[in-house]
Design a protein around this ligand. Structure first.
Ligand code: DX5
Ligand code: ZN
Length: 218
């Protein structure tokens, strides 16, 4: 049986209260924390950077995954690695040599993830797939929490799962954007094993119950 991991995104959390929220997520059984880094160029939103992640590192033992929605990820890999992240996810659509950046992440001893925006197919990334630890299929356009799930992205999840199975590769497939209980279930059926959920957990009013419901999904 596949184990499903829940990785809450704190994108919409109240940062004046972030210590309490992170504590609640950890107590609720979250498997990791998903940290959405946005630069105002790659996406229209601006969030936080390595200094913030360093502060989060001090208050939790949960694995931290940095989802870099920035134009030039290669320039910042060392800073994010030093901030205490356990994994770094970069976008296929960012500037630079994606393969070289993924290898730099791995050389630093971190896990490397590759994110694909909804309009990006899998085909142009086939050569990268054996190199990564996690494929993150975006199920909304990156930039903002609380958007509606795009069902057409499910086909990419199935395609990737078939590809990995065919090659005997054990890789994680995450989904990110508009993940609620119903859309999460569809993603699991398509082959996802990591659910990133922001508003459905952090804005639910009951973090413990929300994480419990997601973990009961399969
Ligand atoms: C969107 C981010 C997501 C987002 C998820 O660009 O990558 O991680 O915060 O939020 P929800 O679950 O509300 O779509
Ligand atoms: Zn994200």
């Amino acid at each position: 049986m596949v184990t499903i991991k829940i990785s809450p995104s704190i994108l919409t959390a109240d940062l004046s209260n972030i210590g309490k929220t992170v504590g609640e997520l950890e107590d609720a059984g979250a498997d990791s924390l998903h940290l959405d880094v946005m630069d105002g160029h790659f996406v229209r939103n601006i969030t936080f950077g390595p200094a913030f992640i360093r502060s989060i590192r001090k208050i939790t033992k949960l694995p931290l995954e940095a989802h870099l929605m920035i134009e030039d990820p290669d320039m910042y890999i060392e800073q994010f690695a030093e901030s205490g992240c356990d994994s770094i996810i970069i976008h296929r659509e960012s500037h630079g040599n994606t393969l070289a950046t993924l290898r730099r992440i791995k050389e630093g001893g971190l896990k490397a993830g590759l994110a694909l925006s909804p309009e990006t197919g899998l085909k142009a990334s086939m050569d990268l797939l054996p190199e990564i630890d996690m494929l993150l299929v975006m199920t909304v356009s990156p930039g903002f929490g609380g958007q509606a799930f795009i069902p057409e992205c499910l086909a990419k999840v199935s395609e990737a799962r078939r590809y990995f199975a065919g090659k005997g590769l054990e890789k994680e497939i995450g989904v990110d954007g508009g993940i609620k209980l119903d859309t999460g279930r569809l993603c699991i059926e398509a082959g996802a094993d990591v659910l990133v959920a922001g508003t459905a957990i952090v804005d639910s009013g009951n973090i413990k119950e929300a994480v419990r419901s997601f973990k009961a999904l399969p």
